[in-house]
Design a binder for this molecule. Structure first.
Ligand code: ADP
Length: 268
C-alpha cells in the first residue's frame, strides 16, 4: 500500500511538473510571437521615413544630373530641408522609444528631478509644435493657472507632454485640442483633450501596455510604445495617468503628478 501511495504521489508530481512546463512553453511561444510582430512593425516604421528620404535624394540627384537649377531656389530648398527634418525627427523618435523600452526592461529608467515650472514647459512644447499642429489643421487651447512648480525630471515630463500632445494631433482628426493644467492638494493635474477618433471602452485599459495599438488606429503609424513609456515615467514620479474616451467622440488623457515628485519615497 505504501509503495502504491508513493507511486501515485510521484505520478501527481510529474503531472504538475509537465503542466508547468507546458505553461512555460506557451508563455515563451507568446513572447516570441510578440517579439516577431514587434520586429516586423518596427522595421516597417523605420523603413517609411528612410524610403521617403531616399526618394528625395534620388529626385535631387536627377535635377543635379540635368543641371536644372530651378529645383534649387531658396523656397524649394527650405521645403526640402523641412521635409527631411520631419522624417529624421520621426526616426529619432522611434529609436528613442526603443531605447527607453530597453531601459525600462533593465530597470534603468531613472528620473533626475529638479525644481521647475510645469506651465512654462507646457507653453514651450506647444510653441515648439505650433507649425506641426497648424499643418495638421489643429488648434490648441491652453489653460494654465500660473506657475505650477514641482520637483520632477524635466526631460521625462517633457516627453510625457510631447507624447500626449502629438497623439492628440495624430488621432485628433484635425479637430481642436484643449490642454488644461491645474494645481491643488499637492498635485499638478494635466489634461489633454482631443475630439478625434476616440478609443472604445474595451481597449482603454490596454493602450498603456507595450506594443498595444488599437485596430481602428492602424492606418496611423506607430509602435504602440509611447503611452507605455508615458505611464512608466508618470509612475516613476509617484503619479498616475488615465483616459476618458468614447469611440468617435475623442479622448482626454489625465496625468496627475505629486508636486514633490518621488521625494517622499526617495527619502525612505
Ligand atoms: P502609437 O505610437 O501606436 O500611437 P501609443 O502608445 O502612443 O502608440 O498609443 C497606443 C495606442 O493608443 C495607439 O495605437 C492608439 O490606438 C491609441 N491612442 C493613443 N492616443 C490616442 C488618442 N488621443 N486618441 C485615440 N486613440 C489613441
Amino acid at each position: 500500500k505504501h509503495q502504491l501511495e508513493t507511486l501515485e504521489r510521484n505520478r501527481q508530481e510529474q503531472e504538475a511538473l509537465l503542466q508547468e512546463l507546458t505553461e512555460t512553453q506557451e508563455e515563451l511561444r507568446k513572447a516570441i510571437t510578440i517579439r516577431d510582430e514587434f520586429m516586423s512593425i518596427a522595421s516597417h516604421e523605420l523603413k517609411t521615413p528612410l524610403t521617403s528620404l531616399k526618394l528625395q535624394i534620388q529626385l535631387r540627384q536627377r535635377y543635379l544630373k540635368k543641371g536644372d537649377a530651378s529645383a534649387f531656389t531658396i523656397d524649394k530648398i527650405a521645403k526640402m530641408v523641412e521635409s527631411d527634418d520631419r522624417q529624421i525627427q520621426r526616426l529619432i523618435r522611434l529609436i528613442d522609444d526603443m531605447l527607453d523600452i530597453s531601459r525600462i526592461r533593465s530597470g534603468r529608467l531613472t528620473v533626475h528631478p529638479a525644481t521647475f515650472d510645469l506651465s512654462e514647459l507646457v507653453h514651450d512644447v506647444v510653441d515648439r509644435f505650433s507649425e506641426q499642429l497648424a499643418a495638421a489643421g489643429c488648434t490648441v487651447t491652453l489653460t494654465v493657472p500660473g506657475p505650477v512648480v514641482g520637483y520632477w525630471d524635466h526631460f521625462r515630463v517633457e516627453q510625457v507632454v510631447i507624447n500626449l500632445l502629438t497623439n492628440a494631433m495624430r488621432y485628433g482628426a484635425g479637430k481642436p485640442v484643449t490642454i488644461v493644467l491645474e494645481a491643488g492638494d499637492g498635485r499638478a493635474r494635466l489634461s489633454v483633450r482631443d475630439e478625434g477618433i476616440g478609443i472604445a471602452e474595451e481597449h482603454q485599459a490596454r493602450i498603456f501596455q507595450q506594443f498595444e495599438r488599437v485596430v481602428s488606429a492602424s492606418q496611423i503609424g506607430g509602435l504602440g510604445l509611447g503611452l507605455y513609456i508615458v505611464d512608466q515615467i508618470v509612475r516613476a514620479h509617484g503619479g498616475s495617468i488615465r483616459v476618458e474616451s468614447a469611440l468617435g467622440k475623442g479622448s482626454t488623457f489625465i496625468v496627475e503628478l505629486p508636486v514633490e515628485g518621488n521625494r517622499a519615497s526617495d527619502a525612505s
